[in-house]
Design a protein around this ligand. Structure first.
Ligand SMILES: *Cc1c(COP(=O)(O)O)cnc(C)c1O
Length: 388
């Protein structure tokens, strides 16, 4: 049986945006064609329509298209009042963009540890860190907490938001991996003060180029993002505040409008793949992710843990299975940040130990049942060969 599967020369990608383009090819080509003839290429009718549709989908009043997820994070921080020198609490177990955005607006990241089961910010360590900073008087400079819904698993927002409010902090959500994820029936991106999304091609809602969005229920914050993303213009060519250029283009907005109506269905398919892995990878060597209660993840990644990670990774790669590690090093240990970033008084033990054990399995809506079965079989075969 294994001989047979090996013969078809498996080549299974970790994620494959081209497959999703093929799923929607005809509608995407039509959408692109009509933009080309529309005579407007930046911030036009397609962006307006996408912003309305995306806001409705997330369940907020405002969505603003911007040039990338990183820009969306920067603009969200600036819109809710984070200024140069302010501190922003976040996690180190995340895409580097989360932290880069905080520094790009001149603020100072302050890391707290994660819960190793949910992979997300640990409410207990958030509270501990704020208490420490409160007694050292510098808590006044902590302005916001940036909560990442990593791998599309919503963080424990109920507890985190209560703690943030107690200390008067703004809550910014990094939803780059969580488009469509639900927490107690509400979408990620509607749970804090303001949120950022990325439409990088590999994300659950992927454009065919760069793109991002900011979502919020707050009218002032929305207006600030609207000004900041285009030179602070209230009226064309007249800057009322100093701004920048971070615009979504019409082609990307038109492509996103084709894909948005299918996002829930595609996330459901990701959830089925996750269930298959969860139900079949029952081995003491493998820990599957456990979403926090009351959440429906978007399953951007399906990340298992095993203490023999590098051996499993080699085994799967040799079988033609694209696996990756999100992320091989926490941000605070990367050369650009090491030694100069601040963190929780207890350090970041969960963050540091998890990066040696994690492995992301292939998960995207177009994976076939046969491919998923092949991945699970290869993992179980590896488990069976581990003597001890
Ligand atoms: C992808 C990603 C970003 C950045 O988005 P870009 O569009 O690539 O700038 C930020 N945060 C997280 C968690 C991401 O996964």
């Amino acid at each position: 049986m294994f001989k047979k599967t090996a013969k078809h020369k498996a080549r299974i990608f970790a994620s494959q945006p081209y497959e999703n383009y093929k799923t929607h090819r005809r509608a995407i080509r039509q959408a692109i064609q009509s933009v080309l003839e529309n005579e407007q290429y930046i911030l036009g009718p397609e962006v307006d329509a996408f912003e309305r549709e995306f806001a409705a989908f997330i369940g907020v009043k405002y969505a603003l298209g911007v040039a990338s997820g990183t820009d969306a994070l920067c603009l969200a921080l600036r819109a809710c009042g984070v200024e140069r020198g302010d501190r922003v609490i976040t996690v180190s177990h995340t895409a580097v963009a989360t932290v880069a955005a905080i520094e790009l607006v001149g603020a100072v990241p302050l890391f707290v540890d994660i819960n190793p089961v949910t992979y997300n910010m640990d409410p207990g360590d958030l509270e501990r860190t704020l208490k420490t900073y409160a007694s050292s008087k510098s808590v006044a400079r902590v302005k916001a907490v940036m909560i990442v819904h990593l791998y599309g698993q919503p963080a424990e927002m109920d507890r985190l938001v209560v703690i943030a409010r107690k200390y008067g902090l703004k809550v910014v959500e990094d939803c780059a991996q969580a488009a469509g994820a639900l927490f107690n029936g509400r979408r990620a991106g509607s749970l804090g003060d303001i949120a950022a999304f990325s439409f990088y091609p590999t994300k659950n809602l992927g454009a065919l180029g760069d793109g991002g969005a900011v979502t919020t229920k707050n009218k002032q914050f929305a207006e600030k993002v609207r000004l900041l993303r285009e030179y602070g213009w209230k009226k064309r060519y007249i800057s009322s505040i100093p701004g920048m250029n971070s615009r979504l283009d019409e082609l990307q907005a038109a492509i996103l409008r084709v894909k948005l109506p299918f996002l829930d269905r595609e996330n459901t398919r990701r959830g089925q793949i996750a269930n298959y892995y969860t139900n079949h990878l029952k081995d003491v060597l493998i820990k599957v992710p456990i979403p926090a209660s009351g959440t429906r993840p978007s399953y951007h990644q399906f990340v298992i843990q095993t203490y023999k990670r590098d051996s499993l990774r080699k085994h799967l790669q040799a079988a033609g299975i694209g696996v990756s590690i999100h992320y091989p090093a926490p941000v605070h240990l990367q050369p650009a940040y090491r030694g100069r970033v601040r963190m929780s008084p207890k350090g970041l033990p969960n963050t540091e130990s998890i990066s040696k054990r994690i492995l992301s399995l292939p998960i995207f809506p177009e994976l076939t049942a046969r491919e998923i079965r092949f991945v699970a079989q290869k993992i179980l075969a590896w488990c069976a060969n581990q003597a001890d």
